[in-house]
Write a protein that binds this ligand. Structure first.
Ligand SMILES: Cc1cc2nc3c(=O)[nH]c(=O)nc-3n(C[C@H](O)[C@H](O)[C@H](O)COP(=O)(O)OP(=O)(O)OC[C@H]3O[C@@H](n4cnc5c(N)ncnc54)[C@H](O)[C@@H]3O)c2cc1C
Length: 391
């Protein structure tokens, strides 16, 4: 095949891994173009570090331009629309056409989806939000902190539980714990439900040990910013002094309007190859929805959680699929549903959960007790990712 062009939409975890891996697999005559409206890249897992003042944003941020040195074209512009049949993309910088298209646009965060949430809540789910919250926490002198998960799906389902445990530890160290109450209100039936009832119990136990109240199956109706009050659909209410929310997630508009999304609002992708319904068009990472073969309850189907480790694994698989197609070889790699995540528990401790999400009769997760070594593994994982892909 003559020189081909692969368009990669989105330069987050999934997009940069696809671009980097594909560049190692294909000769230079094959163009790889990565499009992102931002130039900054940071791993999601570092946002809690910024929120807690453990790292500055500069320490965890790299420029996507680092990819140019590897022979990848990087365009800083917005994706406005996608025509999957033609593999044609309208951007702020004109129209692009590809022989292969990888949609890696992630999830948009929309506080506006819940009435009153936007003016009321802080968040650490964006880098700007993590910085603002860090400054607010410096001035916090005690009261009721509510960590709210108003809607699912969310990326990195353990992150809110990690954040509340990090806050607990910080208040313990600063002496503010006696004046502070920490509560989690979540729409989930249990923490991280896709990881199963055992993991739910494990997380609930960690919260319980710290005196952090957990309220499950609480779907937020609205927030009254003037009265500092959250109303839930079951008629109950709670008052807060500081509200920290996980913003409702949705697929970016260009993905939604591409015609590729299903009733979930996300783009269904083949569980092994990440191919969408359109020929030579792939969807990876947070923007995709991947049904799982197993379930815990017969009437409750599951989908793959949204996480950076999966976006990374998807990127490698899709690069392998595209390279094999271009070079006329059989693809050797498929996505196996396996991944891991670290949950920090404070005091430089973390627990690593290893998951086999394609296992039946339901996903299989294993974990150990939190310790320093697992925290150091998390630090090494972040460092190695940045060094491999964006240095
Ligand atoms: C607080 C927090 C902690 C986390 N911790 C972990 C963890 O410990 N482990 C883990 O595995 N995951 C973690 N995650 C989740 C992880 O960050 C995401 O799942 C991962 O980034 C998804 O990768 P992606 O490539 O699909 O999307 P993203 O990394 O979000 O990338 C999407 C890219 O698309 C670009 N984009 C979007 N729309 C447009 C457009 N219209 N035009 C141009 N560009 C566009 C964006 O600018 C972005 O760069 C965490 C997330 C958060 C918020």
């Amino acid at each position: 095949m003559n020189g081909t062009t692969t368009l990669i939409l989105g330069g987050g975890s999934g997009g940069i891994v696809t671009a980097h891996t594909l560049r190692t697999l294909l000769p230079q005559e094959h163009k790889i173009v990565l499009v992102d409206k931002r130039n900054a890249f940071y791993i999601g897992a570092t946002k809690t570090w910024v929120m807690m003042g453990m790292r500055t944003p500069q320490e965890v941020t790299r420029s996507l331009d680092a990819l140019k040195r590897r022979g990848i074209e990087v365009m800083h512009t917005s994706v406005k629309s996608i025509d999957p049949a033609k593999r044609e993309v309208v951007t702020g910088n004109g129209v692009l056409r590809g022989d292969y298209l990888v949609i890696a646009l992630g999830a948009d965060l929309n506080m506006g989806a819940v009435q009153g949430l936007e003016p009321a809540a802080h968040t650490f789910y964006t880098m700007d939000g993590a910085m603002r919250l860090r400054d607010t926490l410096k001035r916090f002198s005690g009261g009721h902190i509510v960590l709210l998960i108003p809607r699912v799906p969310i990326k990195c389902p353990p992150a809110p539980y990690e954040a509340v445990m990090l806050l607990h530890y910080a208040f313990k160290m600063s002496g503010l714990l006696g004046k502070t109450r920490l509560s989690v209100y979540t729409v989930e039936p249990a923490p991280m439900p896709t990881a199963g009832p055992e993991m739910g119990k494990f997380i609930s136990g960690l919260l319980d040990e710290r005196g952090i109240a957990l309220h499950t199956s609480k779907r937020t109706q609205s927030v009254d910013v003037a009265r500092r009050l959250i109303r839930f659909e079951d008629g109950s209410e709670v008052r807060y002094d500081l509200l920290i929310a996980v913003p409702p997630h949705e697929a970016p508009r260009a993905a939604k309007e591409s015609g590729l999304t299903n009733q979930s609002g996300w783009i269904p992708a083949d569980p092994k190859t990440l191919q969408t319904a359109a020929d030579r068009v792939y969807a990876i990472g947070d923007v995709s929805v991947i049904p799982l073969p197993g379930r815990y309850k017969p009437d409750a189907p599951l989908v793959l959680p949204k996480a950076g480790v999966f976006a990374e694994a998807h990127g490698k698989v899709v690069a392998g699929q595209i390279a094999a197609h271009v070079l006329g070889k059989a693809p050797s790699e498929v996505f196996d549903g396996k991944g891991f995540c670290y949950i920090e528990t404070g005091d430089s401790h973390a627990v690593r959960g290893d998951g086999d999400f394609y296992a039946t009769p339901h996903p299989r997760i294993t974990s150990r007790a939190p310790d320093l070594m697992q925290f150091q593994e998390k630090e090494a994982w972040v460092e190695s990712f940045m060094k491999t892909y964006v240095t």
